[in-house]
Design a binder for this molecule. Structure first.
Ligand code: NAD
Length: 336
């Protein structure tokens, strides 16, 4: 575990995770491999660059030669790199399949060839699809509704198949919706906060009744760290324990921390394939690895709002062309 390759480490969750890893005494070297797509920013790593343990490599997980070279130099891999925005997956599903499925398989192949000691594949509760009632444990069927979730499901399955077929020590984490500092303002919490700080209205889909579980990014990172160190190969771990809220309830809380009122909210027609309710049972990671979230939602939202209010230089440039498509990724023939 002394050397760790983190893919997607310049993104939202990956950058929080890298900062956490760098503080650990038993981690000697962390390498970030990130293509710096529209969603990746070196600024997210900030003070991490002061650490002599960190190496940053700008590159694509679809680049088989680069991936092989880097994987050979590391004991463990934590794989965050992904196309992660559901709405974009409606318009550019090919990019989602390329990075989230083929990119994952390229990393797994390298992990198999070079005999890594641990491969953590970071995934999402969206793979379970909507649950009218009850909670999805790790054995619940995968019923993704949207191309993003389908590509993540396929990534999970190929990852687990490399454990079954070749014994690659893969563990999969599936977390609920993360929030915190440094998230791209296309995602709902920073989108609402940045609009409210600019004095613009925010829009609620449908009747605002969609239920999501909101997890502080540092709680998710703690869960992923536990899985990296003590998770069993071939196992899936749900990471939840945040707060279940309807869209309306979440909006109420965001309005409060941003000092705005309901006059700033407009209702719009529902997004396509908008799953009504996600709900996860995360007792496995709690019972087997001792995971417990510690962040309080109200405090976490206030801290997040404070950060967005004080760092317009980080998000304002990203709002200039919010609908710009991700650059099309070409898959080299050697990768096929
Ligand atoms: P993000 O979009 O903020 O970051 C993704 C990072 O991956 C970016 O830095 C981007 O440059 C990089 N990347 C994309 N394609 C790449 C490629 N082909 N090669 C190399 N790097 C590439 O995403 P996030 O919100 O930090 O999510 C990280 C992971 O966690 C993803 O796998 C996502 O599916 C999963 N996840 C996210 C959430 C959430 O609420 N954000 C919840 C559950 C699971």
């Amino acid at each position: 575990m002394d050397t760790v390759l983190v893919t997607g480490g310049a993104g939202f969750i990956g950058s929080h995770f890298v900062k956490r890893l760098l503080k650990a005494d038993d981690v000697a070297r962390v390498t970030v491999l990130d293509a710096l797509t529209y969603a990746g920013h070196k600024e997210n790593l900030g003070e991490a660059f002061l650490s002599p343990k960190l190496t940053f490599v700008e590159g694509n997980i679809l680049d088989t030669a680069l991936v092989s070279e880097l994987v050979a130099e590391h004991a463990a891999i934590v794989h965050f790199a992904a196309e992660s925005h559901v709405d974009r997956s409606f318009f550019e599903a090919g990019n989602f399949l390329a990075t989230n499925v083929l990119g994952t398989q390229i990393l797994l192949d390298a992990a198999h060839r070079h005999g890594v000691t641990k491969f953590v594949h970071v995934s999402t509760d969206e793979v379970y699809g909507p649950l009218p009632t009850g909670k999805a444990d790790e054995l619940y069927p995968l019923r993704p509704s949207v191309p993003y979730a389908a590509s993540k499901s396929a990534g999970d399955l190929i990852a687990l198949s490399y454990f079954q077929t070749y014994g690659v020590p893969v563990s999969v984490t599936r977390s609920s919706n993360n929030y915190g500092t440094g998230q791209h303002p296309e995602k709902v919490i920073p989108l609402f906060m940045t609009r409210l700080f600019k004095g613009e209205p925010v829009t609620l889909h449908g009747r605002g009744e969609h239920v999501r579980n909101w997890l502080h990014v540092e709680d998710n990172c703690r869960g992923i760290d536990l899985v990296l160190r003590s998770g069993h190969p071939g196992e899936v771990y749900n990471i939840g324990g945040g707060t279940d809220l309807t869209g309306k309830e979440l909006t109420e809380k965001i309005l409060r921390v941003c000092g705005a009122g309901w006059e700033s909210v407009a209702y719009v027609s529902d997004r396509r394939a908008n799953d009504l309710r996600y709900a996860m049972d995360w007792s496995k990671i709690a019972d087997s690895l001792g995971y417990h979230p510690v962040h309080d939602l109200e405090e976490g939202l206030a801290q997040t709002a404070h950060w967005y209010q004080n760092h317009p230089e980080r998000w304002a440039p990203l709002l200039r062309n919010p609908h710009a498509p991700t650059a099309q990724i070409r898959v080299a023939p050697a990768a096929l």
